[in-house]
Design a protein around this ligand. Structure first.
Ligand SMILES: [Zn+2]
Length: 232
C-alpha cells in the first residue's frame, strides 16, 4: 500500500516544481557567478563589511566545502561560505553572502518566525522520523486513531516548511536592501542579477513545502479512502 500508484499522482506536482526550482537555482547561480560585481568585492570582504554594519562583529566567518552550501548557523554564530562565494567577486556571491548575513541579523534581532522555526526543530526532527512509521503502522493494523496520530506528528514538518517561507523571504529582502544601501551593488543589472539568484532560491522552499503538503494530503487520502471502503 505504500507503493500505491496514487502516491505519484499526489507527489508529482511538487516533484516537478522541486526539479524546476533546482534548475532555476543552478542556472541563475551559474549565470551570475560569472558576472563580476562592479566594485570587485569578494564574498569574504562583503561578509565582513555587512556584519560590521549590522553590529555583528562577533559572528565568525568560515569556509565550507561544496557549492551552494553557504549558510548561517545560529547555534554557533557562524557564517559558513563556500569557496566560490567566499573568494569570488561575483554578483551571485554578494547576493548569497548578504542573504546569509540577513539570517544573522534575524537571529540577532530575535526575528519572530525564525525564533519559532528554530524552536520547533527538535520536535520536527523527531516527529518527521516517527510520524510516518506510526501512520503506516496504524494504517496496516486498521487502527485509524493511531494513523491519524502519525499524520498529525508528520504535519509538524509542514509547519516547519511553512515557517521557512517568511524567514527566507525576509532574509532576501534584507539582503537586497543591505547591498544597495551599503553601495556594494551600484548598477541596475547587478540588483536584477542578485534578485534573480535569491528568487530562484526562494522557489526551492516553496517546492519543499508543497512536497510535505502533498505527502500529508496523500496520507489523508489513504485514511479517508479506507474508512470509506469499510463503511460500504
Ligand atoms: Zn536562507
Amino acid at each position: 500500500m505504500y507503493w500505491n500508484p496514487m502516491y505519484f499522482v499526489f507527489a508529482l506536482p511538487a516533484l516537478l516544481l522541486g526539479l524546476y526550482a533546482q534548475f532555476k537555482v543552478k542556472s541563475a547561480y551559474g549565470q551570475f557567478t560569472r558576472v563580476a560585481n562592479a566594485r570587485g568585492i569578494t564574498g569574504v570582504e562583503a561578509a565582513q563589511a555587512l556584519l560590521q554594519r549590522n553590529g555583528l562583529g562577533h559572528v565568525q566567518i568560515q569556509g565550507t566545502p561544496g557549492e551552494l552550501t553557504d549558510h548561517y548557523d545560529p547555534s554557533k554564530k557562524l557564517l559558513a561560505l563556500s569557496q566560490e562565494v567566499a573568494y569570488g567577486r561575483s554578483v551571485a556571491g554578494l547576493a548569497i553572502v548578504a542573504h546569509e548575513v540577513g539570517h544573522a541579523v534575524q537571529d540577532n534581532t530575535n526575528y519572530g518566525p525564525m525564533k519559532l522555526r528554530n524552536g520547533i526543530v527538535p520536535m520536527v526532527q523527531l516527529s518527521a522520523a516517527i510520524g510516518p512509521i506510526i501512520f503506516i503502522l496504524g494504517y496496516m493494523l486498521g487502527v485509524s486513531g493511531l494513523a491519524w496520530i502519525g499524520l498529525l506528528l508528520f504535519s509538524a514538518s509542514a509547519v516547519f516548511a511553512l515557517l521557512t517561507l517568511p524567514v527566507e523571504r525576509n532574509a532576501s529582502a534584507r539582503a537586497l536592501q543591505m547591498l544597495t544601501t551599503s553601495g556594494m551593488i551600484v548598477q541596475r543589472e547587478e540588483v536584477a542579477g542578485a534578485k534573480k539568484v535569491l528568487d530562484a532560491a526562494a522557489l526551492t522552499y516553496v517546492a519543499a513545502l508543497l512536497q510535505v503538503l502533498s505527502t500529508l494530503l496523500y496520507y489523508v487520502f489513504m485514511l479517508t479512502g479506507s474508512s470509506g471502503r469499510r463503511r460500504s
